[in-house]
Design a protein around this ligand. Structure first.
Ligand code: UDP
Ligand code: MG
Length: 348
């Protein structure tokens, strides 16, 4: 702990909560920065990524105290071979290989669990997020910010529908949830070790990372950057996957979708009461009016629809409760490359 006290980044408030955890985590106290990179079928991207990133990191850290940790998320191509070749050339390039495809969020969790830098930066391998921004992130971090997130100055590289839905999603999420996600911020951000430890201790299986980052708080700063088109390969996120991710995000951050049905129910019941009174009075005054097929059908179908929607929403939450109660690991590691056994003791 002695050398930590002299570290300008070691904020007393941040450390007190996590000092015990960090002490065991910092197997390599010299290591300043870990860049964690989830990869799925990215064989062509690995070499280009390292060729661009390594000189930048070397320029930023004169002592070379950085690591790049790839998390191979069940790739079916030669991604792992490319990583092994890179590891052979430079031992600071390390990797975890998961036993199958667990998804980017789980891969990021694996990365956070095995990164040992004082700061951790999750990054995509496709070079859409320019590594040059890392320098600015480190500057803000050294000023004392524990989270420095990258904000996309423009999203012109995304298709219009993607931009619109992303916009809508951020609005919906931030309206429903108390933990606000910064708009146009991706997973590209710098996290101080104290934040990493908080995220690692979150027990949930649902790893919607942006939501977890938002929940954890801390002092946050933004740096702007331009997001460029993918260098090679194509996006792994099709619309259905994004939709699922969006639901994961909202259900993990807010119970509003569950509670809204009580109010909808009360409103419909009130309307029905008014209508019942009207019908009773009308029938008393003017006698029985048999034709009523239309109103019957409309009421039945409308209520049926509302009930199915509310059941569906309930189902989304119940399904997630089931997943959480099973307590299965978030990911399973098949192979570790360049990571000492003691550093990854706590893998889940
Ligand atoms: N990725 C992953 N597991 C998956 C899907 C994607 O680890 O199941 C990785 C992918 O290799 C890339 C990053 O997540 O490094 C971002 O993916 P992509 O560029 O396809 O997403 P987009 O930029 O289109 O949102
Ligand atoms: Mg991408």
């Amino acid at each position: 702990m002695a050398n930590m006290a002299s570290d300008p980044l070691t904020m007393p408030t941040a450390m007190s909560a996590t000092s015990a955890a960090s002490a065991t985590r910092l197997g390599n106290p010299e290591l300043q920065l870990s860049v964690i990179v989830p990869v799925k079928d990215e064989e062509q991207a690995i070499a280009a990524f390292i060729a661009r990133l390594a000189p930048i990191l070397d320029a930023l850290f004169a002592d070379g105290a950085w690591e790049v940790l790839f998390i191979d998320d069940g790739s079916e191509d030669a991604t792992m071979a490319a990583i092994l070749a890179a590891h052979g050339r430079d031992g600071r390039i390390r990797a975890l290989s998961l036993s199958r495809n667990f998804g980017k969020e789980a891969a990021l969790s694996a990365g956070l669990d095995h990164a040992s830098g004082k700061a951790v930066i999750p990054m995509d391998v496709d070079l859409q997020d320019p590594p040059e921004v890392i320098g600015q992130m480190l500057d803000r971090w050294r000023e004392g910010y524990e989270v420095v997130y990258g904000v996309r100055r423009n999203r012109s590289t995304d298709s219009l529908p993607k931009r619109l839905t992303a916009d809508l999603y951020y609005r919906a999420h931030n309206y429903l949830s108390d933990d606000k996600i910064p708009e146009h911020a991706g997973d590209f951000r710098l996290l101080d070790r104290s934040v990493v430890e908080v995220i690692r201790r979150m027990p949930e299986r649902n790893r919607f990372m942006k939501g977890l980052f938002a929940w954890s708080g801390f002092r946050q700063a933004a740096v702007e950057y331009d997001r460029v088109p993918r260098a090679v390969g194509k996006t792994k996120f099709r619309y259905w996957k994004l939709w699922t991710l969006a639901i994961d995000g909202i259900t993990s951050a807010s119970t509003m979708p569950l509670r809204i049905w009580s109010y909808v129910g009360v409103m419909i019941a009130l309307l029905a009461l008014v209508y019942a009174i009207y019908l009773t009075i009308r029938t008393t005054l003017f006698g029985i009016d048999v034709p009523g097929y239309t109103s019957m059908m409309v009421a039945t179908l409308f209520l049926g629809g509302v009930q199915l929607i509310s059941l569906g929403v309930l189902g989304e939450y119940v399904g997630r409760i089931l997943v959480e109660t099973k307590q299965r690991p978030i990911y399973v590691i098949r192979q570790k490359v360049g990571i000492d056994a003691d550093r990854s003791e706590e893998s889940r």
